[in-house]
Design a protein around this ligand. Structure first.
Ligand code: PAF
Length: 281
C-alpha cells in the first residue's frame, strides 16, 4: 500500500495506472475509519483494479464554531485499517497542498445544499463540493463510493458530477448500523456511554415513522410530532430538524407521496448525529 501526500504525485500515479488500463475506485473520507467505511472499501476493492482512499479533514466544510480542531485524527490506526481492507493507495494531503495560498475557487450546488443540514450548517456543502471536485480531478476515478448515511451529501455530489460532466460513476451504498441500530459515524466517539445508549432512539424513531406510514398516516406533521417526542425523551437536544422530504428534491412534503426521505439531525451532548431512511409510498 502506497501513501501519497501531494496532489501532483497522486495525479502522476493515476496517469501511470490508467495508461496500463487499470480501473480506479475511490472512497473519500476524513479518516477515523469505521465499519461504514469498510463496506465502501470492500465494494471498491471488489469492483476495481485499484482502490484509492483519501483521508483529509477538510477545513472548508466546517464553520468557525464547529468541530474542525477537535475532529478525530487517527492516521496510524486508519493506515492499518486500510491495509486490512487491501487499499492500494492512501491519498493524505496537507491543507496547504489542497488549498495553497491564493486559492479562490468554490463549487456550489444551489438549492439541494440549502435544505436539511444546509439550513443549520451554512457553507458546509459548498466546502464538501469544492473538496470533492478537487479530489475527483486529482484521483480521476472511474467509480466513486459514498454512504447513504450522508444522504444529502450523496445527492449534492451526484448532482455536481452530473452537472459538471465528471467522467465518474457514483455509487451510494447502504448505511451500516450498530447492533442496536445506531448509524456508524466518526462523530459517535464524542458520545458518553449514557449518550451512546440514548442515541439508539434515532433509528427507533425512524422505524416508528415507517410503521406509522405503513398504518396509513400520511400527514408529516403528525409523524414528526411522534418522532420528536420519542427523541426528546432521551436527549435534551437540540433537535436541528426532523423532516419528511421528497427524496429527489429534498423539498418538504405536505402529504406523503412517491419516494420519501425521512431525515433528522439531533444533538446528544457534543455530538451532532444525522440519520435517515427512505420509504416508497
Ligand atoms: O463524508 C465525508 O467524510 C466528507 O464530507 C468528504 C466526502 C470526504 C468530503 O470531505
Amino acid at each position: 500500500m502506497k501513501i501519497i501526500r501531494h496532489s501532483q504525485h497522486m495525479q502522476s500515479a493515476i496517469s501511470a495506472l490508467k495508461f496500463k488500463g487499470k480501473s480506479i475506485g475511490f472512497v473519500p473520507t476524513m479518516g477515523c475509519l469505521h465499519a461504514g467505511h469498510a463496506s465502501l472499501l470492500k465494494k471498491c476493492r471488489k469492483e476495481n483494479d485499484v482502490s484509492v482512499l483519501s483521508i483529509f479533514v477538510n477545513p472548508r466544510q466546517f464553520s468557525p464554531q464547529e468541530d474542525f480542531k477537535r475532529y478525530p485524527r487517527t492516521f496510524k490506526k486508519d493506515e492499518n485499517f486500510a491495509k486490512k481492507e487491501k487499499v492500494d493507495i492512501i491519498f493524505h494531503p496537507s491543507v496547504d497542498d489542497m488549498y495553497p495560498l491564493g486559492f479562490l475557487t468554490s463549487v456550489e450546488i444551489r438549492n439541494l445544499s440549502e435544505q436539511l443540514c444546509g439550513r443549520f450548517r451554512p457553507g458546509h456543502f459548498q466546502g464538501v463540493t469544492t473538496v470533492v471536485a478537487k479530489l475527483l480531478n486529482i484521483v480521476s476515478p472511474h467509480v466513486l463510493y459514498l454512504g447513504q448515511k450522508d444522504a444529502q451529501q450523496a445527492m449534492v455530489i451526484q448532482t455536481m458530477v452530473k452537472d459538471l460532466n465528471f467522467p465518474t460513476h457514483v455509487k451510494v451504498l447502504p448505511t451500516i448500523r450498530e447492533h442496536d441500530g445506531l448509524a456508524l459515524s466518526s462523530r459517535n466517539i464524542y458520545l458518553s456511554p449514557e449518550e451512546r445508549v440514548a442515541a439508539r432512539v434515532l433509528y427507533q424513531a425512524l422505524l416508528a415513522a415507517k410503521n406509522q406510514i405503513r398504518n396509513g398516516e400520511y400527514k408529516p406533521h403528525r409523524i414528526i410530532q411522534k418522532m420528536r417526542s420519542m427523541i426528546l425523551a432521551k436527549t435534551s437536544g437540540p433537535v436541528d430538524y426532523i423532516e419528511l422530504v421528497d427524496a429527489s428534491t429534498l423539498k418538504k412534503l405536505k402529504t406523503l407521496q412517491g419516494n420519501v426521505l425521512i431525515a433528522l439531525a439531533v444533538w446528544f451532548g457534543r455530538a451532532r448525529l444525522i440519520d435517515n431512511i427512505t420509504i416508497r409510498i
